[in-house]
Design a protein around this ligand. Structure first.
Ligand SMILES: Cc1cc2nc3c(=O)[nH]c(=O)nc-3n(C[C@H](O)[C@H](O)[C@H](O)COP(=O)(O)OP(=O)(O)OC[C@H]3O[C@@H](n4cnc5c(N)ncnc54)[C@H](O)[C@@H]3O)c2cc1C
Length: 381
């Protein structure tokens, strides 16, 4: 399995999946057949995280091939990302609290042998050790395996979920502040209070297609307790008008300008912004840094081929760009944190239309959000 950092590769990948494997998705999606056998799932998350493929574009392709009812499960999964993002946007303190607690746990566990063994894949749980290797070498894990991994980490190895979420962010090419933080919180039982995800031997054996068995797990653990209440903030979507002639910032979550809602505007210049480890709270692996770097270069190349004026910059250089300055909203996460901590306030954000429309349905659980999926589809597809 190889993730090439290119939009043309990503488009071929999703088209191939829709053509050949989508019809079996709902039946087979929960199986992790191993890293060499990934055709039962799409493996497009590193591209969707970076906006190389957009949710609207993917769902349009799916519905061109066959009906909504036949692909409901896949479409729901595609929209989970927007749901998690919207949920976090409404409660941004979940992210800032996570980073504060992560700092504390890192200090507390820096010499903890169980932690050090876990991140090296040297525990006495064989499947877990293999997944650590897979995470570091292939920078991707199957969704079910992420759930097993997070559950074993939290409930059998008794390690803080914050440190596990950091390990994922460091190595996953699709590392995403919302999907990852909330995915870990969900497993721990603090996202849906009191409901945790407990991995079990039979489930791992069955859905790993018998690759693993005789796994000794704590199958009776109780959920992690966290009583902190995060109040919902009202999201202000006021936006810049008359975009023509302004400078535009594009962050690493929106790297396909040419298919965004803004593609017809004539910007003065487009700045494609990279964020390196010296300006991130969670340091990511070199492979991850390079993947982002190549995706940014791919975006620059595609824009230049269309004679659209653009250049790459480091996030620290934003302050040198003249006004008026607008930006595709980077979402709660490292890029927005940088702007806030450096007090960079002269930027007007522009939101994706689908986010503006959908985030208002993210105040409750996903089951509630699901009811609005037909509305979202009707509006955008
Ligand atoms: C503990 C944990 C941590 C996770 N961390 C991340 C992360 O950092 N980044 C990330 O992109 N996903 C994360 N996920 C969600 C999910 O595991 C991946 O999106 C999925 O495995 C990607 O593989 P795929 O593209 O083959 O998915 P498919 O099953 O083919 O699904 C298609 C697309 O739907 C979206 N999707 C599917 N499931 C989810 C989900 N549960 N949440 C959000 N979007 C989803 C993704 O964009 C995915 O590419 C996490 C899940 C868990 C349980």
């Amino acid at each position: 399995m190889k993730f090439k950092p290119s939009r043309s590769f990503a488009v071929k990948k999703i088209e191939n999946f829709i053509e050949n494997n989508l019809s079996q998705y709902s039946k087979l999606r929960n199986f992790d057949f191993g890293p060499e056998k990934r055709s039962n799932i799409s493996c497009i998350s590193p591209y969707v995280t970076h906006g190389i493929l957009t949710e609207v574009e993917i769902i349009k392709k799916v519905l061109k091939k066959s009906l909504f009812v036949k692909n409901e499960k896949f479409i729901q999964e595609i929209l989970w990302r927007i749901y998690w993002k919207g949920w976090l946007e409404l409660r941004p303190t979940v992210w800032s609290d996570y980073l504060i607690n992560l700092k504390k746990k890192k200090l507390e566990f820096k010499d903890n042998q169980n932690y050090l063994k876990a991140i090296e894949g040297k525990t006495n749980i064989e499947c877990f050790n293999q997944w650590v290797l897979e995470l570091k070498e292939l920078n991707y894990l199957h969704n079910h395996t992420r759930m097993w991994f997070a559950s074993i980490w939290t409930f059998t190895l008794n390690l803080p979920w914050e440190l596990g979420a950091e390990l994922f962010m460091k190595h996953l090419l699709d590392g995403d502040s919302a999907s990852n933080t909330l995915g870990w919180r969900w497993v721990a039982g603090i996202q849906t209070k009191g409901k945790h995800y407990l991995a079990s031997e039979w489930n791992i054996k069955k859905f790993s297609n018998n690759r693993f068995d005789k796994i000794k797990l704590n199958e009776k653990a109780i959920p992690v307790i966290n009583d902190k209440i995060h109040s919902i903030v009202k999201k202000d979507f006021s936006e810049a008008r008359n975009l023509n002639g302004k400078n535009l910032l594009v962050f690493d979550n929106n790297l396909s300008f040419e298919i965004t809602d803004l593609k017809n505007n004539k910007f003065k210049n487009i700045f494609i912004v990279s964020n390196e480890n010296d300006t991130r709270s969670i340091k990511i692996s070199d492979k991850n840094i390079n993947f982002k770097k190549f995706l940014i270069e791919d975006q620059e190349k595609r824009l230049k081929e269309k004679s659209i004026k653009c250049e790459k910059i480091n996030i620290k250089e934003i302050k040198n760009i003249g006004e008026p300055l607008v930006a595709l909203y980077p979402s709660v996460g490292e890029n927005l944190d940088f702007l806030n901590t450096k007090n960079i306030k002269n930027i007007d954000f522009i939101y994706r239309k689908i986010d503006k429309f959908s985030w208002k349905f993210c105040n409750k659980g996903f089951f509630n959000f699901k009811n609005y999926i037909p509305k979202i589809i009707q509006e955008f597809i």
